[in-house]
Structures are given as structure tokens and as C-alpha cells.
Design a protein around this ligand. Structure first.
Ligand SMILES: *Cc1c(COP(=O)(O)O)cnc(C)c1O
Length: 460
């Protein structure tokens, strides 16, 4: 992968932005044209070979100039418009930090900023004793309100569900969102059936078939199987092809949770890990993980058309006033207002091409294999298993992983987490940053070992 010279990127951004702002009074170029015209005239196709920055910025400029600015005085179409320039700057600056707001450990001062804003807003509406959260749009805020109201009225619903009988199957190492969503969707969290895993953390396909069969005999209705492609702790891949065969024979929907690992379909060397993915009904894929696109960039792919509108379409004549449904993705979205997350992925794809992504992914996989070799060769460390993808799990002899991670964080040395690997707590080193080198890996392992020594000295 070509290193991206950040100074040059910033200079070009500055120039492009000034150009865009200077012409903001007009509506977008090509505005009033059919989508088909823009499709034919804009440089939209994704290349196999990465393009130089000149060319990428020219293509971005062409597309941005054909994108309306909601800050143009001519843009009165929606319930938003007229930017606060500082807010726009902050949005771009935050992308250069690129953290996720789930923990203070990961997001630092951003968590405190959020608390300030929320408590100020609570005060303003007179909810001094209340609580609040950010959501991706008002639609999901409304969903959350409905769920909170439902569960106050009937505390059983979240676990037991309103319509019992539908079941969801996922490995015991699947992501926590699977059970959470069963609660949200009204199936009840108990509808999730945890399927045991083999030694490497892969779903036991024979156990899956047996569990589905016995559930069916008891009158339950198996709805969905979730195969995990890149599990959250160990980075393992379920046998998608084997699971697809069970799904076909039972009529259950097959979803592949590829939030972490679906990116590997772009690697000729590693796509075998996803063998059978084309037999699934749906796949989730997070470009904000292995592909390094700023949060949030998450995609759900469905094998057949029609399902999204069937589940999500609403009539809203104050919103959907022109063009056919195909050009109005709002008919097929969980959200109403929604960030243009595709753009950053598209721009990166222009620069890297399929080949650049492949090189990035192969590099991440090679780094993980190399890190595993180093861990295995080190007498102070115990490698849990050969990694299937980019998560390298290991223990430090004589030192509990929880305390070690805590200490590394508190001393400002490393932010690293731990997870359960076959019943033991292990450090999880995720080789997602392709800029890591052998030298950095050595320094990371040295930090871990010397923190373990300090910790052991302190406790005895
Ligand atoms: C990260 C992850 C998710 C959740 O994705 P978010 O974008 O963080 O919501 C789901 N499943 C798996 C396997 C993941 O690794």
C-alpha cells in the first residue's frame, strides 16, 4: 500500500473546500439533471488499481460539485441547512482522532464532552434528574423511547418477547448485538439459542442441526441462523458453507455477521475463510473495522431485493415528494436522517482500488501471523492458539490479563483489551493497523512484559 502523505492531503482538502465554498450560492452542477445523466457523466466507477491523489481529488471534486449543499440559500428542501462552520470543522477533525464512544478507555475526553452536552440539554427541558443518549437519528431515538416505554409497562417483554416461538441460533462466541436485537425486535432475548463451539471457537454445525431439530419438535419455529465471520474476541470464522447447508434444509434465514471479517472477501489469499458466503441471505460488513474508514461505516447486504422496503418502508408525503423509490433510499432505511457514510468509503476506494484494499488486508493478516510467531517464541508468553485472522490472543505467564490491561492503560502505556478464550482470560492483540511493523510489535510485547513485571513486584 502506498503511504498517504497527510500534509499533501490536507493542502488539497483546503483548496478543494475553498473552491466548494466559493460556489455554494449555486445549486449543484448538473442539478436538475436525471440521475442517469449524472451516472453517465461523473467518474463513479471503482478502479482495480489505486489512483494518484491528483486524480482522486479531481474525482472527489466532480462528485462534490454535483452534490447539493444544504447550506446554499437555494436549498430549502429539508428540515436542515445552514451550517455552523465550527461544527462542520469539528466533524472532520473528530475523524482524525477516530474513536468509538463505547468506553472512556477508547474515547477519553469525548465521553466527558458528551456528558456535558446531555446534562445541559436535560436541564434545558426540565429533566434535571433524567438520563439521555445520542442515537444515529431521530427515528432510532423514537425506537429507543418506544422500547423503554414497552419495558416499563411490561418488564417481561425484553427477555420473554411478545411473540414467543421464533428462535435465533448463533455460536456462544457471537457478538452481543445478536441477543440484544432479539430483545429489540420483540422476539425476546431468550429466543437466542447459543450453539456450542469447537476448540478453535467455531460453531459446532452438528450441534446446531440437533438443537434446531429438538426445538422444532417442541413447537418452536427456528427463524434465523447467524454465522460469525471474524468473532469479536478470537477472530474465528464459522464454517459458513456447512451452516448454509443446515439453513437450506431447515428453511431458516442465514445471516453472516461479518462486521469484523467480511472485508476479507477482497483478499484472494484469505477469502476462503468466507467460503459459502454467497449462499447466505444476508451479510453485515463494517468498513470501519479492517478497512480503516472512520466510524461509522456499516453495511447490511441482502441476497434478494424487496426485503428492506417490506420491513422498513413508510409513506411520508412531507418527505418523499419526488423521484421514484429507487432514488430515495429513505424507503429502505432504519433511519430517517442519516450521515453520508458511503462517501468516505468511496473516496478511499478511489485511492486504493481493489488492489490497495487487498494489500492492506493481506498485510494485517501477515502481521497477525508474525505477532503470533513472536508470542509463541517468547518463554514469558503463552499463545492461546494460531490466530485464524487478525486477533492474537495470549497470556503472560503468572500475570492476570485484567490487571495487566488495567495497569497498561493507567500508566498510559498501551490500550489493549482481554477476552475469554476457552475459559481463560487472555490479552487480545488486534493487528488491524497496517502501519504496525516488527519494531512496533516488539515494543508492544516489551511494554506488556515490563508492566507484568512491575505488577508482580507490587503484589508480592
Ligand atoms: C464489531 C462487531 C459488531 C458490531 O458492530 P458495530 O459497528 O460496533 O455496532 C457486530 N458483530 C461483530 C462480529 C463485530 O465484531
Amino acid at each position: 500500500m502506498q503511504p498517504c502523505p497527510e500534509n499533501e492531503v490536507l493542502q488539497r482538502c483546503d483548496a478543494l473546500l475553498r473552491d466548494l465554498l466559493a460556489h455554494e450560492d449555486a445549486l449543484a452542477s448538473g442539478s436538475g439533471r436525471e440521475a442517469a445523466w449524472l451516472d453517465a457523466h461523473l467518474p463513479l466507477g471503482l478502479p482495480a488499481a489505486g489512483q494518484p491523489l491528483d486524480e482522486v481529488f479531481a474525482r472527489m471534486a466532480a462528485v462534490l460539485k454535483a452534490t447539493p449543499s444544504s447550506s446554499s440559500w437555494r436549498f430549502l428542501n429539508q428540515l436542515f441547512g445552514g451550517r455552523e462552520p465550527v461544527a462542520a470543522a469539528a466533524e472532520s477533525l473528530a475523524a482524525w482522532r477516530n474513536v468509538s464512544m463505547y468506553t472512556f478507555k477508547a474515547a477519553g475526553a469525548q465521553v466527558l464532552v458528551e456528558k456535558q452536552v446531555l446534562s445541559h440539554m436535560l436541564q434545558k427541558v426540565g429533566f434535571g434528574a433524567g438520563e439521555a443518549m445520542f442515537t444515529p437519528g431521530g427515528s432510532l431515538a423514537n425506537l429507543a423511547a418506544l422500547l423503554v416505554a414497552r419495558d416499563r409497562a411490561d418488564p417481561q417483554q425484553r427477555d420473554a418477547g411478545a411473540r414467543s416461538g421464533l428462535t435465533v441460533y448463533a455460536s456462544s462466541e457471537a457478538h452481543y448485538s445478536i441477543g440484544k436485537n432479539a430483545g429489540i425486535a420483540g422476539l425476546g432475548r431468550r429466543a437466542l439459542r447459543a450453539v456450542p463451539v469447537d476448540r478453535l471457537g467455531r460453531m459446532d454445525v452438528t450441534a446446531l442441526a440437533a438443537l434446531m431439530e429438538s426445538d422444532r419438535r417442541e413447537g418452536l419455529r427456528p427463524l434465523m441462523i447467524v454465522a460469525t465471520a471474524g468473532s469479536t474476541v478470537r477472530g474465528t470464522f464459522d464454517d459458513i458453507d456447512g451452516i448454509a447447508t443446515v439453513a437450506r434444509s431447515t428453511g431458516a434465514w442465514l445471516h453472516v455477521d461479518g462486521a469484523l471479517g467480511a472485508s476479507l472477501v477482497l483478499s484472494r489469499k484469505h477469502r476462503h475463510l468466507l467460503h459459502g458466503v454467497d449462499r447466505a441471505d444476508s451479510v453485515s460488513w463494517n468498513p470501519h473495522k479492517m478497512m480503516g474508514v472512520p466510524l461509522q461505516a456499516s453495511v447490511l447486504l441482502l441476497a434478494e431485493r424487496g426485503g428492506l422496503a417490506r420491513s422498513l418502508d413508510e409513506r411520508a408525503d412531507y418527505l418523499f415528494q419526488s423521484d421514484e423509490d429507487e432514488l430515495n433510499p429513505g424507503h429502505r432505511s432504519l433511519q430517517c436522517g442519516r450521515r453520508a457514510d458511503a462517501f468516505k468509503l468511496w473516496a478511499a476506494w478511489q485511492h486504493l482500488g481493489d488492489e490497495g484494499w487487498e494489500a492492506r488486508l493481506d498485510r494485517q493478516m501477515a502481521l497477525a501471523a508474525h505477532a503470533a510467531d513472536r508470542v509463541a517464541a517468547d518463554p514469558a508468553l503463552r499463545l492461546c492458539e494460531r490466530p485464524m485472522s487478525i486477533n492474537v490472543c495470549f497470556e503472560v505467564e503468572g500475570c492476570p490479563a485484567e490487571a495487566l490491561c488495567e495497569r497498561l492503560d493507567r500508566e498510559g502505556r498501551l490500550k489493549i483489551g482481554h477476552g475469554d478464550v476457552a475459559g481463560r482470560r487472555a490479552l487480545r492483540l488486534v493487528c488491524v493497523n497496517p502501519a504496525l511493523t516488527d519494531k512496533y510489535l516488539g515494543a508492544i510485547l516489551d511494554e506488556i512484559k515490563s508492566a507484568a513485571r512491575r505488577l508482580n513486584k507490587a503484589t508480592c
